[in-house]
Design a protein around this ligand. Structure first.
Ligand code: SF4
Length: 661
């Protein structure tokens, strides 16, 4: 059976034998016979003995099994009661970026028909800054080009992103490009595995990305290397960029970023003269208080050279396997499906009429990252969480755990007893990726069909079936679905590009791109058809380092782990490969603090401390990097950028040696 990998947003297809349940890679697009260890061992967590197999209800301090009928009945009654007393905005829903398009579509439909836009997903923690910046400049909020285009560009810039560990299969495209002569330029705060392919390695001081981008643009403008024709015909706002970047000389940038002025000049010329180029970026760009500005600067740089459409691409590489789909299906508190703003009355009414009501709520809902304060204020009484684990994934997680305890109703729908599920009043057992069918959208906006391999374990149910039961119990119109295809057909009707396509094509092909394979080839999705330069200035990290907290703490990902570890840590083969988590510090810092590799150290921030072993690595002096999958968020900083993403990549910290290995 052809199944979409349940891990990263690259979107590999796996071939799973229904008899032996063994996994091998799909030979077609997008993975072309490649796979990484996470995909290879995906069945291990799905078959884990830890799976929740019955609905559970908290009674005093224990969770007791109940029937599905009782669970849905009691949850819906409580939700309706809370709505009656406090209004619909006293309830919020967190959608899962690991569930299908159909399931995300249904959950946001439930939220909006219930009367609230309090629906969000973990895109808020990763690429929402990219969505905001791309919409502001180009009119669409997603990756512009397919992976295959990477092989044809002259230069690829990989910025704050480590695909060798986060999306291992995309590295094959990068490697092929390099073999063909593409220059690879990698920007990071440490020497990552991805830098093995780099022609240029730029080790940057954390939080100074705008300065670097503006300085590269400064060189390109000063040396008249920009694409005048493209700028004249297809953009607005160039004069503002020219003005704004004037003061960002490479010498100034060297002082701020730590990257030599001569290197900045060299890479600016290399990128400009290549004639075509892609920029790929990840959380190192977006998880800052300057996240939106960082992405705006990256887009400005691409526009300056006309590296959009046929001659270039922008690649905000998505984390979870369906985070792109969750966002596209409308599981965001500020957008309807298709990233359409809530105040687009024509579209909103169209959606409402498809759902059998007159209108939908128009006020922006709470961001996922705003929920915890809303609970503390007493504004939010009930939370319905699907497949997410905010008690570990949110910045400064102690405040999240405190807030979860205050809820009148917490429903968690998941495969496992996660750290978040420990606080639940009701725990609903969901089926895993291989026990249901449905469609998923990968980072390049390719919708792929995933087939069912086996029956749901125990009494678990596919998320769409649970939502159908809940929608009916809440007396919402149109929740009579008897198959997942009925939901696919319904969401197809929302997008003009899909109206003429059918599910058969989706099932039999290597996927359908929404809205199309390559964006912005002729015009931008802006009212005047032109892209807009938006000049940005440097924004300083929220926390200052000082004598008490002299280090900048950042978080990183490991190839054999994933998010909060709920899946990967239940895969014995991955656990064997992943080893112990370690904090990376620079040689000079280690020498100064008399720390050796393997020593136990304590890392403290203003929010708490953790113990972890030290690893001496090639990282900027003054920076510590720790894997985010474990307890990192006990330490991280919850200051938000304009898109609601926390500054997970910069917390002022101190370290001290506890014990020598
Ligand atoms: Fe799965 Fe991503 Fe690995 Fe592909 S690269 S097998 S999608 S985790």
């Amino acid at each position: 059976m052809k199944v979409v990998c349940p891990y990263c947003g690259f979107g590999c297809k796996l071939i799973i034998d229904p008899q032996t349940l063994t996994v091998r890679p799909y030979k077609g697009e997008p993975n072309k016979g490649r796979i990484c260890p996470k995909g290879l061992y995906a069945m291990e967590f799905a078959l884990s003995k830890d799976r929740i197999k019955k609905p559970l209800k908290r009674e005093k301090n224990t969770l007791k099994p109940i029937t599905w009928g009782q669970a849905i009945d009691e949850i819906s009654h409580k939700l309706l009661e809370i709505r009656e007393f406090y209004g619909p905005d006293a309830v919020a829903f967190i959608a899962s970026s690991k569930t299908s398009n159909e399931e995300n579509y249904l959950l946001q439909k439930i939220a909006r028909l219930f009367g609230t836009n309090n629906i969000d997903n973990c895109a808020r923690l990763c690429h929402e800054a990219s969505v905001h910046a791309l919409k502001m400049t180009l009119g669409t909020g997603a990756q512009t080009n397919p992976y295959e285009d990477l092989e044809k560009f002259g230069v690829i810039i990989i910025w704050g992103y480590n695909p060798a560990e986060t999306h291992p299969v995309v590295v094959d495209y990068i490697r092929k490009a390099k073999e063909r002569g593409t220059k690879i330029l990698v920007i990071d705060v440490r020497e990552t595995l991805t830098m093995r392919f780099a022609d240029y390695k730029l080790i940057i001081k954390p939080g100074t990305d705008v300065v670097l981008a503006n300085s590269i643009m400064h060189v390109i403008i000063k040396e008249e290397l920009y694409n005048e024709d493209f700028i004249k015909k297809r953009t607005t706002g160039f004069s503002e960029i020219r003005m704004a970047t004037m003061k960002y000389t490479p010498e100034y940038a060297e002082r701020v970023t730590g990257i030599a002025a001569s290197l900045i000049r060299e890479v600016a010329r290399e990128f400009a003269l290549a004639g075509s180029g892609a920029i790929m970026w990840g959380m190192g760009v977006t998880q800052h208080v300057s996240g939106v500005e960082n992405v705006l600067a990256i887009v400005d740089l691409a526009l300056l050279l006309g590296y959009i459409g046929e001659r270039g691409g922008l690649y905000p590489m998505r984390g979870q396997n369906n985070v792109q789909g969750a966002a596209y299906m409308g599981a965001l508190s500020e957008f309807l499906p298709g990233y359409i703003p809530l105040d687009d009355e024509k579209f909103r009414k169209r959606v409402a009429s498809l759902w059998g009501v007159n209108d939908l709520p128009t006020e922006r809902g709470l961001y996922l990252t705003e929920l915890w304060d809303a609970i503390e204020r007493g504004d939010l009484m009930a939370l319905y969480i699907v497949g997410e684990n905010p008690a570990v994934s949110e910045a400064n997680f102690a405040r999240v755990r405190k807030a979860l305890k205050k809820l009148d109703l917490l429903v968690v729908q998941d495969l496992f007893m996660t750290q978040t599920a420990r606080y639940a009043h009701y725990l609903l057992p969901a089926s895993s990726f291989c026990e249901k069918e449905g469609s998923y959208m990968n980072s390049e906006r390719r919708i792929q069909w995933s087939e069912k391999v086996m029956e749901p374990l125990g009494d678990s149910k596919p998320d769409w079936e649970i939502f159908t039961m809940l929608g009916k119990a809440l007396d919402l119109p149109g929740f009579n679905y008897s198959s997942v295809e009925e939901i696919t057909e319904e969401y197809f009707r929302l997008f003009p590009e899909l109206e003429e396509r059918d599910i058969k094509e989706l099932k039999e092909s290597d996927g359908i791109f929404l809205p199309k394979k390559r964006l912005h080839t002729w015009e931008f999705a802006m009212p005047n058809g032109k892209a807009r330069f938006v000049a940005v200035e440097r924004i300083f990290p929220w926390e200052n380092t000082n004598n008490d907290y002299p280090f900048a703490l950042t978080t990183i990902r490991l190839i054999n782990n994933y998010n909060t570890g709920e899946m990967a840590l239940r895969s014995p083969s991955l656990v064997k490969l992943m080893g112990e988590p370690k904090a990376v510090i620079s040689e000079n810092d280690a020498r100064r603090l008399r720390i050796k590799a393997g020593d136990l150290i304590e890392i403290a921030t203003r929010r708490g401390k953790i113990r972890i072993k030290a690893e001496i690595g090639k990282i900027r002096e003054g920076v510590i990097a720790i894997p985010f999958h474990f307890k990192a968020n006990k330490l991280t900083n919850s200051a938000l950028n304009k898109a609601g993403t926390p500054e997970l990549k910069f917390s002022a910290a101190r370290i001290r040696k506890l014990k020598t290995e």
